[in-house]
Ligand binder design. Structure first.
Ligand SMILES: Nc1ncnc2c1ncn2[C@@H]1O[C@H](COP(=O)(O)OP(=O)(O)O)[C@@H](O)[C@H]1O
Ligand SMILES: [Mg+2]
Length: 377
């Protein structure tokens, strides 16, 4: 596993449950996956001696970290099976390549332009204002993004981003956000999970829900078809998440993709027959894909470091009220073993389960109250 964060940790749990041993390569010490892996190689992602060591110890390699150098994956692929391929990861980690790629598949994206110099902003069509200037590389959780109203503001924002390559994308009037996790194996077979409905707070995923009845069935079908199409055109092997905006008259546009399991797919651990992490292991090992079928309704609440401050900006750090969370029979608590709670840092999540969407929301409301997490209706 390239990367030792929480996604790697949850992968370790799934792969080890199937009897596999896992080695994690990550520069950090300690790191969430490193402490549960059978082996932690503490090294930079481009350290060839460490990559050789990983390749010698592993039959198959994957990634949990979006910004792992594609060259390192290509290097590893000379020695062992690598999924997803470096070529697919290279596209997903660069918004300029990613948007062009998605658009070429025929899946709609928001109007946008590539910005490599200030003159690209001068030449940009009116349709991208007001907009969001997004650094092409290394952004996550809303970082590396600036909302702008005018051309002048876009130029200022570009300067503030140190003139790194960007995309300038039209601000969309979002009705909702959904995401689809698709899993595709080496033989081109694919399975798609139920769409999660996502709510973000300050650019970070806060809540993902599945299982609400009604209007989402048609969108689910369309989004699944689009996600499958993107995976197929990428000749993708592994777990891929595609984020969508629902705009206007229930129209879908693709926002971005992640070449790995996704935060909005954590509900699959507790609510589906096979989790997204189990699927990652299955694809790596060349096993049949598991069933993505959902067994119940679920609402996932992310637990950020803010929870240790009890929602009070000036409070001292204190242990959250896990007793109340765990007193809820439908609540499944996951903590990532990070030692220091910092504001905005993903520390864990709770998946709230119920036979119906209303029941799952009821559990989530209680859990959110106990943790001082805002949770609306
Ligand atoms: N064009 C847009 N219009 C409106 N909201 C947007 C737009 N682009 C991004 N956002 C909001 O910002 C969030 C983060 O943006 P995203 O492009 O997904 O970057 P990140 O890599 O940080 O997840 C989105 O989930 C959405 O809520
Ligand atoms: Mg995103």
């Amino acid at each position: 596993m390239m990367g030792g964060g929480q996604l790697g940790r949850m992968f370790c749990h799934a792969a080890q449950a199937m009897g596999y041993k896992v080695a994690v390569l990550d520069p950090g010490e300690p790191c969430p996956a490193g402490v549960v892996a059978d082996r932690h190689i503490q090294a930079r992602y481009d350290d060839h001696a460490a990559l050789d060591q990983l390749a010698a110890q592993c039959r198959a390699v994957t990634t949990e970290f979006e910004n792992v150098p594609a060259d390192s994956l290509n290097y590893l692929a000379r020695h062992c099976r690598v999924s997803p391929a470096g070529s697919a990861v290279a596209i997903a980690q660069d918004r300029i390549l990613e948007k062009a790629f998605i658009r070429e598949t025929g899946v709609p994206v928001a109007p946008y332009v590539d910005v490599r110099s200030a003159s690209d902003i001068d030449a940009a069509p009116a349709a991208v204002f007001p907009g969001i200037l997004k650094a092409a590389r290394l952004g996550y959780d809303g970082k590396g993004q600036v909302r702008i109203q005018t051309r002048q503001q876009a130029k200022e924002a570009f300067a503030r981003l140190h003139e790194v390559p960007c995309v300038l994308e039209a601000l969309q009037d979002l009705k909702r956000e959904i995401s689809i996790v698709v899993v595709r194996d080496a033989g081109g077979r694919s399975v798609v999970y139920p769409a999660a409905r996502n709510e973000h707070r300050t650019g970070i995923l806060a809540v993902s829900s599945v299982g609400a009845r009604g209007d989402d069935d048609r969108l689910q079908e369309q989004a699944s078809e689009m996600a499958r199409r993107i995976a197929q055109r990428l000749d993708y092997r592994g777990v891929l998440c595609v984020e969508f905006f629902v705009v206007g008259d229930e129209k879908l546009i693709a926002n971005e993709m992640a070449p790995r399991p996704h935060n909005s797919g954590h509900y699959t651990i507790n609510a589906c027959i096979a989790s997204q992490f189990e699927q990652q292991a299955r694809v790596m090992a060349g096993l049949p894909l598991g069933s993505p079928d959902r067994l119940c309704a679920a609402v996932m609440l992310n637990i950020l470091g803010d929870v240790w401050f009890g929602g009070d900006a000036n409070a001292d750090r204190r242990e959250p009220d896990w007793m109340s969370v765990l007193a809820e029979p439908g609540a499944k608590l996951h903590l990532y073993g990070k030692t220091e709670a910092r504001r905005g840092r993903k520390m864990g999540h709770v998946t709230c389960l119920g036979a119906t969407a209303a029941e799952a929301r009821g559990v989530a409301a209680t859990v959110a109250r106990a943790l001082h997490i805002p949770f609306g209706n």
